[in-house]
Design a protein around this ligand. Structure first.
Ligand SMILES: *[C@@H]1O[C@H](CO)[C@@H](O)[C@H](O)[C@H]1NC(C)=O
Ligand SMILES: *[C@@H]1O[C@H](CO)[C@@H](O)[C@H](O)[C@H]1NC(C)=O
Ligand SMILES: *[C@@H]1O[C@H](CO)[C@@H](O)[C@H](O)[C@H]1NC(C)=O
Ligand SMILES: *[C@@H]1O[C@H](CO)[C@@H](O)[C@H](O)[C@H]1NC(C)=O
Ligand SMILES: *[C@@H]1O[C@H](CO)[C@@H](O)[C@H](O)[C@H]1NC(C)=O
Ligand SMILES: *[C@@H]1O[C@H](CO)[C@@H](O)[C@H](O)[C@H]1NC(C)=O
Length: 647
């Protein structure tokens, strides 16, 4: 065994005599092993200059450390082969080490093709030849190494004096060429041998005043710029000025909030200068083409968006999201809930259930009957219509806690009247207090679905703001009631209003306004009275959408923005900006304490039934009077009957 080894290594040294750094492979192996263990890589592809026997020996050593290595030849670089076959990345092994020894692969003609991978999944260790390639910049451009801020590339130069030491450089660019600049970090014992870092962007979060193109929505020239066929393109400076200004009309507050976050995030935490552009669409797919922000990201015009977008699954295929925000996007119908009309018509019947009404009537009839019977036996009085009506009057009178002229003289009858008085006293208390409490706690029409809104007869309007209008359009396709509302109430009158006009209509009542509450509640808070605030109701069409910033697919800046966003959240800056720009639903204090405004007056609707009752009574008594007069005339013509009655 030992003999074979000796022979093999002899053969190896004689064949690779071209290698200038002869057989100092133990130190190479040590370097590679340290690199792979520190980076937690358990699979690696080696392009080394080792002989076959060296390979066997070192592979065994790697395997003892549970590292799987594959030896490849430099033909990989020339021949057509599938990158995916070779550099497979799975979720079980999400990163791969690639080690190249340039001392035997350095061919001046060799360049990496554009499809080579330089993203964070591939950890490269390039062992350089002594003295050669001292100019790292020219080495990188000669090999067409396409670096960015997330690339993981270490260059290791052997020490001139002793072969066991290496000078190691960690290189990356702040952006793909031609933008950005090349950053070369020295990695040595002072700085921690392998880059003493908690995570990769520890030392990479200062991008050195890199200028990136970003996009936002909105236009300082307002809606006129949109309606006029020619879009006015404001300059970056004009946009910044606009995004920083605070207007009372609260237009575009989500963009201003986003800028309030993105400016410190890029300027102070990442050292990026923004070149802001604007567009007028948030990015929707029409005819297989994306417009607005998403379209600009796909075409590479801009690197990321500085305006929050709702996270939608259909966009995941073409762009990535970064920095999930606490801003909630939930446009909804806002209206003052109308008082219920069905409840107020029977306000006078509502206090008792029908069984109670029925038993009260029974008690009255029963007591009338008993009264009548007693009277009959005790006084031998003839039963007549007049007596009956007297009794009815008496009973109703006691029920209403009133007396009548009819005076019960007998003890037993007095007892009955007394009991009726007590009974009516209790019943009356229940009845009147129930009516009072019913008025204090007005029943409202419960509108908790689009269907009920459609049936409620409220007028409906929509805020003239592209996201909000879009939501109505999208949900109108799926919800037939919403479609009806849009077609019958919104489109014919073209009820697309600015938030400040819509809010005034809500105040007047009987109006549902579809708007983004994040801004509208500011306006509502300004002009609504306490009572009107208490009436406010929201009717959302969907769950609230999470928002985040869009970045290019596989953008190298995604993690950096995420990280900086977390810092802003920790420091409380996010909360501060949110309180400045995102309105809360106005608090209803009147609901808790009774104020002058919270007392409800009885409306004409409430007493209409009573008035009707009275009028019907008048009419019927008048009719009876007429009938009586007629019958009286009739009777005077027939004196026999009159005589009998007067007797
Ligand atoms: C790097 O690119 C490969 C191949 O396109 C991909 O599978 C992998 O997810 C990428 N890694 C990162 C961190 O983006
Ligand atoms: C570098 O890679 C990026 C992303 O894959 C690509 O957009 C860019 O064109 C490449 N640059 C060069 C010089 O190959
Ligand atoms: C490590 O690099 C730094 C910066 O180049 C240098 O000042 C220091 O002397 C180096 N340390 C060693 C041990 O090489
Ligand atoms: C940003 O980068 C520039 C250029 O490299 C540098 O002069 C400046 O000090 C950096 N700013 C911060 C806050 O690090
Ligand atoms: C950063 O870059 C911008 C635009 O290139 C420039 O106006 C600004 O002065 C630079 N800032 C620093 C600190 O270098
Ligand atoms: C559109 O805007 C341009 C530039 O402000 C203006 O000259 C033109 O009159 C506008 N057209 C209409 C129809 O308003």
């Amino acid at each position: 065994m030992g003999y074979i080894n000796v022979v093999l290594s002899f053969l190896a040294t004689s064949t690779i005599s071209v290698s200038p750094s002869d057989n100092n492979y133990d130190s190479q192996h040590k370097l590679i092993e340290q690199f792979l263990t520190v980076r937690n890589l358990d699979t690696a592809i080696l392009y080394t200059c080792w002989s076959l026997s060296d390979r066997v020996i070192y592979m065994k050593k790697f395997n003892e450390k549970k590292i799987a290595v594959t030896h490849r030849k430099k033909e990989d670089f020339y021949r057509d082969f599938s990158l995916n076959d070779l550099f497979t990345i799975t979720e079980y092994s999400p990163s791969l080490g690639i080690i190249i020894d340039w001392s035997c692969h350095d061919d001046p003609l060799f360049k990496f093709s554009e499809s080579w991978l330089w993203n964070a999944s591939y950890h490269w260790l390039m062992m350089m030849r002594k003295y050669s390639n001292n100019n790292i910049q020219s080495f990188i451009s000669s090999k067409k190494i396409n670096l960015t801020v997330s690339s993981e590339i270490l260059l290791a130069y052997p020490n001139e004096m002793d072969d066991t030491n290496w000078h190691i450089f960690d290189i990356h660019r702040t952006a793909y060429e031609p933008r950005g600049k090349l950053i070369i970090d020295v990695v040595n014992k002072t700085f921690g041998k392998w880059g003493n870092r908690l995570w990769k962007f520890d030392k990479r979060s200062n991008l050195g005043n890199l200028t990136l193109n970003v996009v936002t929505i909105g236009n300082p020239y307002g809606a006129s710029a949109k309606k006029n066929g020619t879009d006015i393109q404001p300059s970056s400076e004009e946009l910044v000025k606009y995004l920083k200004t605070f207007n009372l009309d609260r237009l575009n507050s989500v963009q201003k909030f986003s800028y309030g976050i993105m400016y410190p995030l890029t300027r102070n935490l990442l050292n990026i200068t923004l070149n802001i552009q604007t567009t007028n669409s948030w990015g929707y797919k029409t005819n297989n083409k994306w417009d607005g922000i998403v379209g600009m990201l796909i075409s590479g015009e801009v690197d990321f968006s500085i305006s929050l977008n709702a996270l939608r699954s259909e966009r995941y295929d073409v762009v990535d999201y970064s920095a999930i925000s606490t801003w909630k996007h939930l446009p909804c119908f806002i209206f003052r809930h109308p008082r219920s009309s069905t409840a107020s018509t029977n306000i006078f019947l509502r206090p008792f259930e029908s069984a109670v009404w029925f038993s009260i009537i029974c008690v009255v009839i029963l007591s009338g009957f008993v009264y009548c019977t007693i009277m009959h036996y005790e006084s031998n009085q003839m039963f007549s219509l007049r007596v009956l009506s007297d009794i009815v009057l008496l009973k109703i009178g006691t029920l209403c806690q009133q007396g009548t002229v009819m005076e019960p003289t007998k003890l037993s009858n007095r007892l009955i009247v007394l009991l009726m008085f007590v009974f009516s006293l209790v019943i009356y208390q229940f009845y009147s207090s129930s009516i009072v409490s019913g008025l204090l706690r007005p029943t409202v029409m419960k509108i908790d679905s689009v269907q009920k809104l459609a049936e409620s007869g409220l007028d409906v309007g929509v805020e003239d703001f592209n996201v909000v209008v879009k939501v109505i359009e999208v949900y109108g396709e799926v919800n037939p009631y919403l479609k009806k509302i849009v077609e019958n109430k919104i489109k014919p009158k073209s009820e697309y209003l600015l938030a400040k006009d819509g809010v005034k209509k809500i105040k007047k009542g009987n109006y549902a306004f579809f708007t983004d509450p994040a801004t509208s509640y500011w306006l509502i808070n300004d002009i609504f009275t306490e009572k009107e605030k208490c009436d406010l109701t929201e009717l959302p069409l969907h769950r609230s959408e999470t928002t985040g910033y869009l970045v290019q697919k596989k953008s190298p800046y995604r993690k950096l923005i995420n990280y900086a966003n977390c810092i802003l959240r920790e420091t409380g800056l996010m909360d501060r900006e949110l309180r400045i720009w995102h309105a809360e639903k106005p608090k209803c204090t009147a609901g808790k304490t009774t104020t002058e405004e919270s007392l409800v007056s009885v409306g004409i609707k409430d007493v209409a039934s009573l008035l009707a009752f009275l009028i019907i009574g008048f009419i019927s008594s008048f009719t009876i009077l007429i009938l009586e007069i007629i019958s009286h005339r009739y009777k005077t013509n027939t004196p026999i009957i009159v005589k009998k009655i007067t007797n």
